[in-house]
Design a protein around this ligand. Structure first.
Ligand code: C2E
Ligand code: MG
Ligand code: MG
Ligand code: MG
Length: 296
């Protein structure tokens, strides 16, 4: 019996390996074909001003829209795309599509000043990026100050001179830099000092803990978010809270003087058509809030 168990164990393990390899190969094929057949799209999620609910901007979130499998989320794509080198082409596709979408949105009443936040992988920080971005913006009639480049600490941790130069060039172009998922990585605070960061995005795990059932978790996460806010403001950065799902979280963050928020409570990430319909619901005029306008 022991032998059989052992054999089954080995078999199970082998099958898992095969499954993982097969899944990976499949994803690589989806990526290749997706780039050829135009399956990649940029969903957009509104980012609103917490004091009055006006739309301040949109975050572009990549989706691979497979004709049979439906939408594949970035979590299934990005790691593999970074490893096999296709992230550059995917990123460029998302960048050009989301900028084109912003140009469409800009024609709507009161939305001409809204910004676009785009996520970047470390590998996308190539020397050509600032010129490429500048060309796309010119083509679409968008000023660089309406672009927010979202990076995580993974980008800054590389401590690579090319990355540094590209970030500086993007900043000089007039784009703003947002530090994403703040508080979840390593030595976050020093990055605020060493890089041209304009916006801090409080990770959604903090937002979730703010409305925890456990009073102790609530109390402590409130202190953490207040601490992040205070430091960010003192460093001249605006703050965006991610992952707002409940009215309670909204109220807490608003009372804390956090300027901006995004989350399912307001809107899920949507394709452009659906977003344009949804935006009719946000009737208030959207001009860039003071802090952001001042930061640009
Ligand atoms: P992120 O930049 O922190 O984006 C926020 C994630 O939270 C998105 O997941 C969004 O759909 C999700 N989200 C928004 N509101 C809520 C909410 O209220 N509750 C919950 N539970 N989730 C919410 P998504 O779209 O799956 O993207 C995951 C991550 O993949 C992003 O995290 C970003 O790091 C990366 N990513 C997305 N698009 C791109 C891209 O075009 N390029 C690169 N390099 N990375 C991307
Ligand atoms: Mg982001
Ligand atoms: Mg984030
Ligand atoms: Mg995240």
């Amino acid at each position: 019996a022991r032998k059989r168990d052992g054999k089954n164990g080995v078999q199970l393990f082998d099958n898992n390996m095969v499954d993982i390899a097969r899944k990976r190969l499949e994803t690589e094929q989806f990526i290749d074909q997706g780039l050829r057949d135009d399956w990649f799209t940029a969903y957009l999620q509104p980012i609103v001003c917490l004091s009055d609910g006006r739309v301040a901007g949109f975050e572009a979130l990549m989706r691979l829209n497979h004709p049979e499998r439906g939408l594949l989320p970035p979590a299934e794509i990005i790691g593999i795309a970074e490893e096999n080198g296709s992230i550059g082409r995917i990123g460029d596709c998302i960048l050009s599509k989301s900028i084109a979408s912003l140009a469409v949105i800009s024609k709507l009443d009161g939305l001409s000043d809204t910004y676009l936040a785009v996520n970047f992988s470390p590998l996308q920080f190539e020397p050509v990026l600032p010129n490429r971005l500048a060309a796309l913006l010119l083509e679409n009639g968008i000023t660089p100050s309406r672009i927010v480049v979202e990076i995580t600490e993974a980008v800054l941790m590389l401590d690579n001179p090319v990355v540094r130069d590209v970030l500086d060039a993007l900043s000089e172009l007039g784009c703003r830099i947002a530090l994403d998922d703040f508080g979840t990585g390593y030595s976050s605070l020093s990055y605020l000092n060493r890089f041209p960061v304009d916006i801090v995005k409080v990770d959604q795990s903090f937002t979730r803990s703010l409305s925890s059932d456990q009073p102790d978790v609530r109390r402590k996460s409130r202190m953490l978010v207040e601490g992040i806010r205070t430091i960010s403001h003192q460093m001249g950065c605006a703050v965006v809270a991610e992952g707002i799902e409940t009215e309670e979280q909204w109220d807490i963050l608003q009372a804390m003087n956090i300027e901006f928020g995004q989350g399912y409570l307001l809107s899920r990430p949507l394709p452009l058509d659906a977003l344009l319909q949804k935006l009719d619901e946000f009737t208030m005029p959207a001009r860039p809030p003071e802090r952001l306008a001042a930061a640009s």
